[in-house]
Design a protein around this ligand. Structure first.
Ligand code: SF4
Length: 142
């Protein structure tokens, strides 16, 4: 009877990252997590209907914009709500989400200028989960 937890799909090696790659963490850590938890793999950007590969996005003034300036706030919000639905359906209390992502980042995100500068803030999904009392940590906090 392991607890269900959410984990960013790119951390498990799924090629769902904007670039078409992944952010896979160490296999030993993945094995340890699998022993303790039932891992539910999610990618909010794909669930929100965005293609892979896709343009990088950052949050500016409450909107999510692609590097070339398209507003993808709706897609990001849709993905986040879908993740929340999955979390509720599976009694999830805890999520491990990729650091610094405009969806998944729990502590810091890029500043919206595509300059590589991190600021304090949360991605859209991390934020919605937190508002619903689901604890979010990132892969560096494991
Ligand atoms: Fe990974 Fe989250 Fe980005 Fe999907 S949205 S690729 S799960 S960081």
């Amino acid at each position: 009877n392991k607890d269900n937890i959410l984990i960013s799909a790119c951390l498990l090696g799924e090629n769902c990252k904007y670039s078409g790659g992944n952010n896979k963490i160490n296999d030993t850590i993945i094995d340890e997590l699998r022993e303790k938890f039932n891992l539910i793999m999610v990618c909010p950007e794909q669930l929100g209907g965005l293609m892979t590969p896709r343009e990088p996005c950052e949050i500016k003034n409450g909107k999510v914009l692609t590097k070339s300036g398209d507003d993808v706030t709706k897609e990001f919000e849709l993905g986040a709500l879908e993740i929340l639905r999955i979390a509720k359906e599976n009694n999830v209390r805890f999520a491990i989400l990729k650091a610094n992502s405009p969806s998944c980042g729990n502590n810091e995100i890029y500043d919206g200028n595509f300059s590589g500068t991190l600021i304090k803030g949360k991605g859209i999904t991390a934020s919605i989960l937190k508002e619903n009392n689901i604890k979010v940590i990132n892969e560096n906090e494991l």
